[in-house]
Design a protein around this ligand. Structure first.
Ligand SMILES: Cc1ncc(COP(=O)(O)O)c(C=O)c1O
Length: 307
């Protein structure tokens, strides 16, 4: 029998993408922080009731969060042992030591009951990852961070439109990040978002975002010239990416409907394998929602070939 490969992902290609890309190309402003960036910011600021900044990737949003948390060499950062490399790299680049916490048996998210034993006087932050868009136990994590004066940076790369007890993921930590990589629910090809949940951090965030300069204030006409005032990098996304992303934001309900249909189809039609004891399907905690980001199943790797 011919083997059939299911594509890992297919970007959702409808909407106004071509119209908006043409608009950007003929506008003369294709670098960052223009009209489409503003439209995306307005949408996300309202969605998260926070300040947000569009970045070149989820990775660069994590790097910004590490800079804004003033991570220094030797600081310890706790994160799940099951995640994507960017979660760790962003902090390794600041000289931090990564401390991996185990994930839960029922769901591969950080086990909040296993964190306390990992704390030392060098622990600076916890980075929960909402794997496949399913929420971590945020009440426990928030309590832990408050009791031990730790910063929470939520890696919500997979988690756009998912929530914990009704509140959007990315809005619990001091910072949250999203990814708009091609594989994600809404995409700009490559792209990301930094969610800044404490208004006091916004001014510095905007400076780091624009290569350590106050160019954003200059563009708003608040100052006559812009200058170098902090460290930073080129974290801002181009208008080309912002235009593409905005075209996806406009059809987000349609995208989510289709993603959820596919997720539930997998879940229902693979139940038979679970009943036969061959696989374990995702066990969604009652406080979490499903956003249809990705579907996974657990199998015993030694036996999986016989499924
Ligand atoms: C958990 C997690 N964090 C961070 C990232 C980085 O996002 P990006 O690819 O946009 O840099 C990814 C990418 O898939 C991810 O899965």
């Amino acid at each position: 029998m011919k083997e059939m490969q299911i594509p890992f992902n297919r970007p959702f290609g409808k909407g106004n993408a071509i119209v908006y890309l043409q608009e950007v190309l003929s506008s003369g402003h294709i670098s960052g922080n223009g009209g489409f960036t503003n439209k995306c910011h307005s949408f996300f600021n309202q969605f998260y009731s926070a300040k947000t900044l569009l970045t070149t990737s989820g990775t660069s949003a994590l790097e910004m969060a590490a800079l804004l948390t003033d991570i220094n060499p030797g600081d310890e950062i706790i994160m799940p042992s099951f995640t994507f490399i960017s979660t760790a790299n962003a902090f390794l680049l600041r000289g931090a030591k990564i401390i991996f916490a185990d994930v839960c048996n029922e769901y591969p998210n950080i086990d909040s009951t296993k964190i306390e034993e990992l704390l030392t006087d060098k622990t600076k932050a916890i980075v929960p990852v909402h794997y496949a868009g399913v929420a971590c136990e945020m009440d426990n994590l928030t309590r832990l961070s408050e009791n031990n004066n730790l910063t929470i940076i939520e890696d919500a790369a997979h988690a756009f439109s998912a929530s914990y007890k009704g509140k959007p993921l990315g809005s619990f930590g001091k910072f949250g990040i999203l990814s708009f990589h091609e594989t994600k629910n809404i995409t700009s090809g490559e792209g990301g978002l930094l969610i800044i949940n404490n208004e006091n951090d916004f001014q510095r965030a905007e400076i780091l975002w624009e290569k350590g300069t106050n160019r954003s204030s200059f563009q708003r006409g608040e100052i006559k010239k812009y200058e170098w005032i902090d460290i930073g990098s080129s974290f801002l996304a181009s208008e080309i990416n912002a235009a593409l992303l905005y075209s996806q934001i406009e059809i987000v309900d349609e995208i989510q409907k289709r993603r959820l249909e596919i997720w539930h189809k997998y879940f229902n039609e693979l139940k038979i394998l679970q009943e036969k004891g061959k696989v374990i399907l995702p066990q969604i905690p009652e406080y979490a929602t499903v956003n249809g980001h990705l579907f996974f199943l657990e199998c015993d790797s030694k036996k999986s070939e016989t499924i």
